[in-house]
Design a protein around this ligand. Structure first.
Ligand SMILES: Cc1ncc(COP(=O)(O)O)c(C=O)c1O
Length: 345
């Protein structure tokens, strides 16, 4: 099985591309991190902590969990694959269209994957009654996978308790990699009441895709099972040393949230100038848009002009008329809309 396509696959000079395809905001990472990296250079002859104990303790303090309810990953994606390996032979239901690594991870792990599709005519929101019907018809489903908010539709579960009731005693993988951008409630308070693994990523909200840091939270029993299946030293010491700094960067967190929110409102307003486009604003730092034309040829022309975005051809039930755009400075957003709206068509 080859690797999946993702945003950021334009292979052009990264710093000079106005890249709407990667869901990372353009504000840069928090101040003080370079100094932390510099300090770590002298420690390179030594192994990093094998269990990331110090970073887990700091995370536990901020999240009000115990350190044994947290596992660290080389990005959230490591934990998706690790969890999937625990599910060999199990029946998995993935709520889609969604991030393509879940399906790949579970298939590679030898699980049986099926998909529950949210509908365009329901704005891709999750219909809990329909999910309930499907789960009643399919009692063999053992694990449900939910992305909250979802990539690429931005949909989030508003009534978490209703969702959990319908899911019953099945295990749930909830990917909250974009949660920090939103006003949505988290699944975190339910990790001991229900059989849930909540994943978070430091890639998106802290603009650190290259560092590779994510973490998972679950009951002690679930985390212990994951630790048993984990490779050692998957986080290097730059990643481990940055975690305590990132989770306590409250001013930065506030600024990112406010900036993304306000740029998103302006971008959404500008998108209204083209009434034939259907906009799915969602809860995250990106928006999904359906166009009355195929985006593939126009993206080629825009790439030449140094602008790139994600086309949703590889997402279940979407296709080449759907584009996903991360929130950037609204002036760039307006230029993008002009190109898409005619200049390059
Ligand atoms: C929903 C979702 N989860 C996880 C990831 C991967 O996150 P990380 O960079 O922390 O591995 C992505 C990356 O795009 C994503 O969209």
């Amino acid at each position: 099985m080859g690797l999946n396509p993702h945003g950021g696959d334009h292979q052009k000079d990264k710093k000079n591309m106005i890249d709407f395809s990667v869901n990372v905001h353009p504000l840069g990472f928090p101040q003080g991190l370079k100094e932390i990296f510099n300090e770590q250079v002298d420690l390179l002859p030594f192994y990093p902590e094998i269990d990331g104990l110090h970073a887990r303790e700091e995370l536990a303090d901020v999240l009000q969990l115990s350190r044994d309810e947290i596992i660290l990953g080389n990005g959230a994606v490591e934990l998706i694959y690790l969890y999937a390996r625990l599910c060999r032979g199990k029946n998995i239901l993935i709520i889609g269209p969604t991030f393509n690594e879940y399906e790949r991870a579970f298939r590679l792990a030898g699980a049986n994957v099926s998909l529950f599709t949210t509908r365009e005519e329901e704005q891709f929101s999750l219909s809990i009654p329909r999910l309930e019907t499907v789960l009643k018809e399919r009692p063999e489903v053992e694990v449900v996978v939910l992305c909250h908010p979802n990539n690429p539709t931005g949909a989030g579960v508003i009534r978490i308790e209703e969702f959990l009731e319908v899911v019953g005693d099945r295990e749930v993988l909830v990917d909250e990699s974009f949660w920090e951008f939103t006003e949505l409630d988290s699944f975190l308070p339910f990790i001991n009441e229900k059989r849930i693994l909540v994943l978070r990523s430091m890639t998106k909200f802290y603009a650190l895709a290259g560092l590779r840091v994510g973490y998972g939270c679950g009951s002690k029993e679930l985390i212990a099972r994951m630790v048993n299946g984990k490779e050692p030293w998957t986080l290097n010491q730059f990643a481990l040393a940055s975690i305590p700094h990132l989770i306590r960067a409250e001013q930065y967190q506030k600024e990112v949230r406010e900036w993304v929110n306000s740029e998103k409102q302006i971008f959404l307003q500008a998108l209204k100038s083209e009434p034939s486009w259907t906009v799915y604003p969602g809860h995250a730092n990106f928006v999904l848009v359906k166009f009355p034309f195929n985006l593939i040829p126009i993206r080629e022309k825009m790439k030449e002009k140094g602008m790139y975005f994600r086309i949703c051809t590889d997402f279940q039930n979407l296709g080449p008329n759907f584009g996903r755009f991360t929130i950037r400075d609204h002036k760039e957003g307006v230029a993008l809309i002009k190109h898409l709206g005619g200049e390059l068509k």
